[in-house]
Design a protein around this ligand. Structure first.
Ligand code: NAD
Length: 358
């Protein structure tokens, strides 16, 4: 029997609760389709700081590199907020992404028909629904560029640098064009080419790639307009590709209009099949340990892992269908329940998904 080796970083806050749900669902779907899993739990983030004094142990990086894919809960929390930058839990995230060379972050944002009531947009906009994937460049741009402090004529200054190479733009562009080709064949690249030189290069490279994908309808959009269009007419977006910082901001905006960040999965990919899969939300310290977390974002991240890294698209679809049926039956965790509506716990929602899968 084929057995996949998954490195699991449970992380902090609700991390252990939601990764437990993910592992249960993977095991169940594996039994159904005839494959198995070995879950190798490894430390990173706040728990690693507590136990070892630093956020990302070498063994964790090694286990991730040896794995078929990585499942991550979330790291961080107020307990570690006052630590210096290099010792903060978030360093573990950047370290794993860097070690695995994960330069593409895929974040689907879909308004499920069952959850229209949870969408904060006007009813006529929500009624149209939307189903998009934001492809965010993950290892370049301002978050990795030169930064620092210095003294200038106005006193102390601080600077961060946005820098992209043709190679970096091209490889994220290829991922986005290929994805668009497998979906509704529409790609919008978001930049700030009216102001930034790095965006002008971004646009040039995307235009060159567009010639190689004549079947994909390609267009550019300025980031300020994109922020507006996401609220005004989200149905127009199919695949969106953008830089690290613009993607960080726009994907959070897109997540909010789906109803709850407790629903949204993500995948981070590089040149190999191995990916890192995690919900887009954080460690939710306010509800940690209370069995209240919505496990759906993590469960759907596991479905993405099956489809994009493990070559099990049927099993992935099965999980996604099970989640849709559970929601269609009106089952809700607290974050998506209407006022007065009964809310399931994290374990109850997981059991409901497992029952649908069975
Ligand atoms: P958050 O996403 O953890 O929480 C924001 C709000 O959403 C909270 O009210 C929380 O209860 C709710 N929420 C989040 N996930 C939920 C779920 N599955 N079910 C129900 N409700 C959910 O964001 P935050 O509070 O800004 O950050 C908390 C910590 O998480 C911080 O330390 C932050 O740095 C970290 N963080 C980690 C990651 C990651 O590991 N990838 C991502 C974002 C934030």
């Amino acid at each position: 029997m084929k057995t996949y080796n998954i490195a699991v970083i449970e992380g902090d806050g609700i991390g252990p609760e939601i990764t437990a749900a993910g592992m249960q669902v993977l095991e169940a779907v594996g039994q159904k389709y005839g494959f198995g899993f070995t879950f190798n739990k490894v430390l990173a983030g706040g728990r690693a700081i507590d136990e070892l004094g630093y956020p990302l142990p070498e063994e964790t990086v090694h286990a991730c590199l040896e794995s078929d894919s990585v499942l991550l809960g979330a790291v961080g929390g107020p307990k570690w907020d006052s630590l210096p930058g290099h010792l903060r839990p978030e360093k573990a995230l950047l370290g794993v992404r860097k070690a695995l060379e994960l330069y593409a972050n895929l974040r689907p944002a879909r308004l499920l028909p069952e959850l229209k009531a949870a969408c904060p947009l006007r009813a006529d906009i929500a009624d149209k629904g939307f189903d998009m994937v934001i492809v965010r460049e993950l290892t370049g741009g301002m978050y990795f560029g030169e930064s620092g402090r210095r003294f200038g004529s106005g006193g102390e200054e601080a600077f961060d640098t946005e820098c992209y190479s043709v190679m970096e733009i091209e490889r994220i562009g290829v991922i986005a064009f290929e994805l668009a080709r497998s979906r509704r064949k529409n790609l919008i690249s978001i930049d700030k080419a009216n102001v930034l030189e790095s965006s002008r290069l971004w646009r040039e490279v995307m235009h060159r790639l567009a010639e190689r994908y004549p079947d994909v309808q390609y267009s550019d959009m300025l980031v300020d307009n994109a922020a507006m269009q996401l609220i005004k007419n989200p149905a127009q977006f199919d695949v969106v590709v953008t830089s690290n910082m613009f993607g960080d901001i726009l994907s959070d905006e897109a997540s909010q209009i789906t109803g709850s960040i407790g629903l949204l999965p993500s995948a981070s990919l590089g040149e190999t099949k191995r990916g890192l899969y995690e919900p887009i939300h954080g460690s939710a310290p306010d509800i940690a340990g209370q069995n209240k977390a919505n496990p759906i974002a993590t469960v759907l991240s596991c479905a993405m892992m099956l489809r994009l890294s493990l070559g099990q698209p049927e099993a992935a679809q099965d999980i996604e269908d099970a989640v849709s049926r559970v929601l269609a039956k009106g089952m809700r965790t607290a974050d998506i329940a209407a006022p007065g509506e009964k809310a399931l716990s994290c374990t109850e929602m997981t059991q409901a998904i497992l029952a649908e899968l069975a």
